[in-house]
Design a protein around this ligand. Structure first.
Ligand code: ADP
Length: 900
């Protein structure tokens, strides 16, 4: 996690601005005082300059030279700067290093300032504060990854996580319990998290935020107060009432209000094009806590890179928004079988239509990131290329809709998900959108600059006055060339007409050749302007007049272009809703077709997801390990797995044994990943899968030290195990690998034993429990719904061969010594280990008579319940001082409700 931005007192300790600052520096102090905890990028001509402490920090972080500018209070002012045209790269570096940057722009040009008086300083203002969660520039964003700003709030024992992806305008809100905050945040993977400071002071909450991994930004409690939040939210959306968003809870309003407050400050009043908050509750998405997410490597591998993750293995999308949508679906699998089926229908439809699917994918390849382009335009940061992206995107949308036009292709009607998407892309159904597109198709040029102020993007024939100004400008250029030829002929001097920003157009010759121009009669025409080492520069009355005319015409042409750009920009914002819908539709089609493509590649099948508690996988594979094994030229062995939470169709807890390297972890994860894929609405790499919806998925696999958070392997393992035992429900799915390994043998065995019993008796969830303790095998006889499974290996000529085959019954031995041999442990050590093992086995030093233990149920009844209850959790974070009497009453009822 990045250090959260507590203002550094040294950074804010500015010299007293009143102490004789120059007018420009006074402006700087003003900006800095308003943004004490951000680095101020102070625009001066072609540079953003940083001063004082900011300059010292930035010069170190960016590796640029620290210089000085003038003096303040008798000391030189430390300064460093970055050129405006390259500012994005520097910004990216500073944001990654954990800084916030306030961009203070020149709000007028020097000529405008002069009109107010010769001593006036150019007016400057902070136009934006750049933070990790509010990036919108292509250069600062990962095209295939989301960049979310999240906010958490708790009111009356209920919690909410709101999030916005400013680069696309998507807003979401998840209502949850306090205990669900970590999972909810982890599902979003935000880059920045806003939290009321009073809530941040709560140890459990701050832990949850740290686990989510974003840049944590505590904000004053007052910003989360309901009335203020509501007002700000209405302002953000430009609505009179929030009723249109459904009944938002107090926590949801506070969380959304924090986001509104942060956007107000960071976007300096510019309003982004935001979608209405899409709301979800805990009953809508599978809860996957941060530890499980990391261990299953869903979106990222443990190394932190995309490579090696489930997402990377299945991602065949051809557009960046499609890639982001697929990632979001994998991150938040659904719980409603009907909603899951809707997605599966779309995939199945594309599976059956290979040629159309290929044509669709071909067409989508050219699609730009419309949602991000639109968002930049709405925030006043867009350029002609963003308009081009919208124009071309709509054209592609039309082509895509035509591909599946029912009139032309008498196909079976597409399923709802696809039909909806096609409707959003059919131009005939969106007259405003079609009109907007016509505007751009007719007016916007082909070769587009990134910035509007570079001009040249408005086509000919769009605005007559622009054509006139351009003709004048271009014609004058021709006249200049004629003038150059004439002046050269008349004077007999080899001269050229050149142009620069300071002198405008001028006549230039080399030193020697210039001599006649200083003498009569030529000196009557040629007026000396400048002498450089090798060149001498002159002007003439005629040239000066021409220069003014050209400059005026160019200026006028640019002004008209900028004006046109603004009109088009406004037009884009006015159809923002339709544009967002079109962009989302294209992303959905991309995802459905991509999943179908992957399914065909790897032979994945459609899962059956229902409300049972079954788990029936036949001939299933691990998508990531399989790809790796294949790359190594080997075959992956498919394995089935049958569990049932109700204990009807199979055991609910399977104890998985087998030697090291036999494939236990792979087997465990593969089954968990099947659940993720199926509920995300993807096909699964299995011959068949029937899955009763999993409400919470838990994985505790492998032992990783979490030293950064001060926990040893064993402690980390126990913390995660505790979370599983207190939260897993009969609908949950749990995989546990090698529990109790990080401590002494008997300790470990005892813990593993107790955990297995608790999962079976108390949690009653579906669980796969891999263990080295063969002693646990007897649980099969003692508990009703336990089965032993093992991954097979056989010894052949003294060597160990892994079959990677899961079958009933426990493993006969550990084969640790054989694995050591395989790993290249020197032969004498292996031989000695065999001796010791034989001796130990002969003397049977294992734990004796575990069979005599009383049954878990008998002991558990007397034991206290696990962990804090939801009611206790809710009480702990309740803030009586911050509640209205009505909220207090509501909270009381909710607490009472929790007891039942
Ligand atoms: P364990 O957890 O039993 O030590 P792993 O699951 O880590 O074993 O698997 C070890 C290696 O065996 C994997 O990296 C993979 O290369 C290979 N493997 C695992 N399962 C299979 C399988 N079903 N088919 C083929 N190879 C497999």
């Amino acid at each position: 996690m990045n250090a959260h931005a507590t203002p550094d007192p040294a950074a804010t300790a500015l010299p007293d601005p009143s102490a004789g600052a120059s007018p420009v520096m006074a402006q700087y102090f003003d900006a800095k005082t308003r943004q004490p905890d951000a680095l101020v990028f102070f625009r001066m001509g072609d540079f953003y300059e940083l001063f004082f402490e900011d300059a010292q920090k930035a010069s170190v972080a960016l590796g640029i030279t620290l210089t000085a500018r003038g003096q303040h209070a008798g000391a030189p002012i430390p300064m460093c700067g970055v050129p405006v045209h390259a500012a994005e790269a520097y910004l990216a570096k500073l944001i990654r290093a954990g800084f916030k940057v306030a961009v203070c722009e020149q709000m007028e040009n020097p000529a405008e300032a002069k009109k107010r008086g010769s001593k006036s300083v150019v007016h400057r203002d902070v136009v934006r504060v750049v933070t990790p969660g509010t990036l919108t520039e292509e250069g600062l964003l990962d095209a295939r990854g989301a960049n979310r700003l999240a906010a958490v709030a708790v009111r009356g024992g209920q919690a909410a996580v709101a999030s916005v992806e400013l680069s696309t305008g998507e807003v979401e809100c998840l209502a949850t319990g306090v205990a669900g905050l970590a999972s909810a945040l982890a599902a979003l993977g935000p880059s920045e998290i806003l939290v009321p400071d009073r809530l941040f002071a709560d140890e459990a909450v701050s832990q949850a935020l740290k686990q989510a991994g974003g840049f944590v930004q505590p904000l004053p409690q007052a910003l989360a107060e309901p009335a203020a939040s509501e007002a700000r939210l209405k302002r953000l959306y430009g609505v009179e009432t929030l009723d249109g968003f459904g009944t938002l809870s107090g926590a949801e309003i506070s969380a959304l209000g924090l986001i509104a407050a942060h956007l107000e400050t960071t976007q300096a009043g510019k309003s982004p094009a935001l979608s209405a908050p899409r709301r979800a509750g805990e009953a809508d998405v599978m809860a996957i806590d941060p530890a499980t997410r990391t261990s299953l490597e869903i979106e990222k591998a443990t190394s932190g890179s995309r490579e090696g993750s489930l997402l990377a293995a299945i991602d065949r999308t051809v557009t960046a928004p499609g890639a982001r949508l697929l990632a979001a679906r994998l991150a938040r699998p659904l719980l409603d079988p009907a909603a899951i089926d809707a997605r599966l229908d779309a995939v199945a439809w594309f599976c059956e239509r290979r040629p159309q699917r290929q044509r669709l994918r071909e067409a989508l390849k050219g699609l730009g990131d419309m949602a991000r382009a639109l968002s930049r335009l709405a925030l006043g940061r867009g350029g002609p290329r963003d308009l081009g992206c919208l124009r071309d995107g709509l054209a592609i949308g039309e082509a895509v809709a035509a591909l599946f036009d029912p009139a032309q292709n008498p196909l079976v009607a597409p399923p709802e998900e696809i039909a909806q998407a096609l409707l959003a892309l059919t131009p005939g159904l969106h007259p405003d959108l079609a009109q907007f597109r016509a505007l751009l198709t007719e007016g916007l040029g082909a070769d587009l600059p990134a910035l509007a102020r570079d001009g040249g993007f408005v086509g000919a024939g769009v605005r007559p006055e622009l054509d006139q100004a351009r003709a004048l400008r271009d014609d004058s250029r021709r006249v200049i060339l004629q003038l150059e030829a004439r002046l050269a002929a008349e004077s007999g001097v080899a001269l050229k007409v050149r142009h620069n920003a300071v002198l405008g157009y001028f006549v230039e010759t080399t030193g020697k050749a210039a001599e006649p121009l200083f003498a009569a009669p030529l000196n009557a025409t040629f007026i000396h302007r400048q002498t450089l080492a090798n060149q001498v520069r002159f002007t003439t009355v005629e040239l000066a007049e021409l220069d003014a005319r050209i400059a005026q015409a160019a200026e006028r042409a640019l002004a008209i272009e900028l004006d046109t750009f603004e009109a088009w920009r406004d037009a884009a914002v006015s159809v923002a809703g339709d544009l967002q819908a079109a962009a989302t539709a294209a992303a959905r089609l991309d995802v459905a077709a991509a999943v179908a493509e992957w399914a065909e590649d790897v032979g994945a099948s459609r899962p059956v997801v229902d409300r049972s508690t079954a788990f029936e996988a036949e001939a299933a594979r691990h998508p990531v390990v399989e790809a790796a094994v294949r790359r190594a030229g080997e075959a992956f062995t498919p394995n089935g797995c049958r569990l049932d939470g109700a204990g009807a169709g199979g055991p609910r807890l399977a104890l998985v044994t087998g030697p090291n390297m036999a494939g236990k972890s792979t087997f465990l994860r593969q089954n968990a990943l099947l659940a993720v894929l199926a509920q995300a609405g993807c096909f699964v790499p299995a011959r068949r899968l029937r899955l009763g919806v999993v409400d919470r998925l838990f994985s505790r696999v492998g032992a990783g030290d979490d030293l950064a958070r001060g926990r040893s392997t064993f402690m980390a393992e126990m913390v995660e195990t505790a979370a599983i035992l207190t939260q897993a429900t009969p609908r949950s799915f749990v995989i546990l690998d090698e529990i109790g390994r990080g401590t002494a043998t008997y300790d470990g065995l005892a813990i593993a034993w107790a955990c297995a019993e608790a999962l079976h008796e108390t949690n009653r969830c579906r669980a796969l429990f891999a263990t080295h303790y063969h002693e646990l095998a007897v649980l099969e006889q003692r508990l009703a719904y336990v089965a032993n499974l093992s991954l097979r290996a056989k010894e052949w000529n003294g060597d160990l061969i892994f079959l990677h085959e899961a079958g009933p019954g426990p493993a006969d031995r550990s084969y640790g010594v054989q694995v050591a041999k395989l790993a290249g442990v020197p032969a004498p050590v292996v031989a000695r280990a065999r001796d010791v093992l034989e001796r130990l086995e002969r003397e049977a030093q294992g734990p004796a008579n575990l069979d005599d233990l009383p049954l878990f149920a008998a002991v558990a009844e007397a034991a206290p319940s696990y962990g804090p209850s939801p009611a206790e959790e809710a009480l702990r974070v309740m803030d009586p001082d911050g509640m209205s009497p009505r909220e207090a009453m509501e909270a009381l009822y909710r607490l009472k409700g929790m007891l039942s």
